[in-house]
Ligand binder design. Structure first.
Ligand code: SF4
Length: 499
């Protein structure tokens, strides 16, 4: 039918379109959308819509009619969607050591064995990293402890927390700490410290016990049991502290490998049984592992999207039965699509967050645009290396020509395919991933794995919206709710931890 259209250019305001199931999705510059029947789309495209018609009212309400286009409404909506611009980096990833006691099949370049003590961050490097992090123009600062395994260098984690809290007394930033840990080296003493100092704890669960222990190897082959023990202990502690456990619980992340794909139901059940309210079905990154490993763990993105649909359809069914569980990609996209807000997920925004939303500090003081850039450096690629905490100022780092180039490259309005894509208002591209996979920070979206994932997920979500009953719309609405976790914002006094 599209080939037979006789488009008029005088009726429509600017729009992009895409076929979704038997409907035509139209989106505009500021991110409004409508799902039209083929017949409605033909009338819209040809300018054959009478002013008294129901279709006209729908188009006009969402700002798709040129004659009545409301610039002020579009500006307000764009401001809400791009609130992160001009703020400066809020996420500061600190790699306190490369040492790790687990060996994960998808992680080689960004870890070292337990005897590699020379990969521990020193207190001096830690202080200089905090000095730069707190120089950001962003009033919100999150310091994220990464590794390696951050619990291996716990003394420096503590030093960073105490130094940053002290320094922030005169700066007054909205300061938060997050730790990404496999939890296998957690002790009650360390946990009490983290709880008292309001550090948010996040771990990895790759799925059921057998899969997790096969992918994340501990010498004792009990990585799953250890992670599960501490997830439950952390959640219990939050409950004892009187915190709302819907909002406050140990977050878990998974990495989807080839072995994960048939286990979509078991994976969702594992998370639900652990009391996790959210799953992030992340595809494997092209970082950190050797090419021979790639053959074992990689998969076509069409297979990933089938896995994603199965898992999310199952999660929707569970929600219909009263189980609260959401998928994070879906939550991020739906917040943009249904609420017109941007949750500022750094890899899924335009421009992306590398250098302007985040900085990564390696154990040795080198500073990178993002954690992916740091991993590429470990693989011999120095494109994303901005400087060093000893020799570079905050302004020199964020004003680096690489940061400027990445802002241009991840602006979807300067990407040849994205500029015409109906998903442009909700999407994002990752320059470091593009560089690794396609040899250019711009990438080529038609053969780009991240684009394929983003496009496939948005196709799925719009198909669901097109046929949704009220109950599903209510579930999606719940998935978009952003509630601030005020407890993790630092104040001058430590919290009372549960004992
Ligand atoms: S990355 Fe792909 S799905 Fe996203 S806007 Fe660009 S072309 Fe569209």
């Amino acid at each position: 039918m599209l080939a037979q259209l006789k488009p008029s250019t005088s009726f429509q305001a600017f729009f992009r379109y895409r076929q979704v199931a038997d409907k035509i999705l139209i989106t505009n510059f500021e991110g409004n959308f409508l799902l039209l029947t083929q017949e409605e789309f033909k009338r819209y495209a040809e300018g054959d819509v009478e002013e008294e018609s129901e279709l006209y009212k729908r188009l006009d309400a969402k700002n798709f009619v040129r004659k009545t286009y409301r610039v002020a409404d579009a500006v307000a909506r764009m401001q809400a969607r791009k609130h992160f611009l001009h703020a400066g980096p809020n996420l500061h990833v600190m790699v306190v050591t490369l040492r790790c006691n687990e060996t994960c099949i998808y992680c080689h370049a960004s870890r070292a064995n337990m005897d590699a003590v020379h990969t521990d961050m020193t207190p001096e490097i830690a202080e200089k990293s905090v000095d730069i992090a707190l120089s950001t123009t962003n009033p919100f600062v999150t310091i994220e402890f990464q590794g390696g395994e951050p619990l291996v260098n716990f003394e420096v984690v503590k030093h960073i927390i105490e130094y940053a809290r002290e320094k922030n007394k005169s700066l007054g930033k909205n300061l938060e700490f997050t730790m990404v840990s496999n939890l296998s080296l957690m002790t009650e003493e360390k946990l009490q410290y983290l709880l008292e100092n309001r550090v948010q704890i996040c771990t990895s669960i790759d799925g059921p016990e057998k899969l997790h222990n096969a992918q994340r190897k501990l010498a004792t082959m009990d990585a799953f049991q250890k992670a599960v023990f501490w997830i439950k202990r952390i959640n219990q502690a939050y409950e004892e502290m009187g915190l709302d456990t819907t909002l406050y619980h140990c977050e878990a992340l998974m990495t989807t490998t080839k072995a994960t794909l048939p286990l979509w139901k078991e994976i969702v059940d594992t998370y639900v049984n652990l009391g996790c309210k959210a799953l992030f079905l992340r595809p494997v990154d092209p970082f950190g592992f050797a090419d021979r490993t790639r053959l074992k763990i990689e998969y076509p993105r069409s297979a990933y999207l089938e896995f994603y649909r199965n898992a999310v359809n199952y999660m929707i069914e569970l929600n219909r039965q009263g189980v609260e569980v959401l998928e994070r990609f879906a939550g991020i996209f739906l917040t943009k699509i249904l609420q017109g807000q941007d949750p500022n997920f750094l890899d899924l925004r335009s421009p992306a967050g590398a250098g302007v939303g985040q900085l990564a500090y390696s154990f040795d003081g080198k500073v990178f645009t993002c954690d992916e850039g740091r991993m590429l450096y470990a693989m011999g690629e120095d494109t994303f290396h901005l400087g060093h905490v000893d020799t570079h100022t905050y302004r020199e780092l964020v004003g680096h020509e690489t940061v400027r180039a990445m802002v241009l490259a991840s602006n979807l309005d300067s990407q040849p395919d994205c500029v015409n894509c109906a998903y442009n208002p909700y999407c994002g591209t990752i320059s470091a991933t593009n560089h690794k996979a396609q040899g250019s920070i711009f990438g080529r979206m038609r053969e780009n794995n991240v684009c394929a994932v983003h496009k496939g997920i948005q196709d799925f979500l719009f198909e669901k919206i097109a046929t949704a009953d009220q109950e599903l719309l209510d579930i999606f609405e719940k998935w978009t709710t952003i509630r601030a976790r005020e407890h993790f914002v630092q104040d001058s006094e430590p919290a009372n931890a549960a004992s």
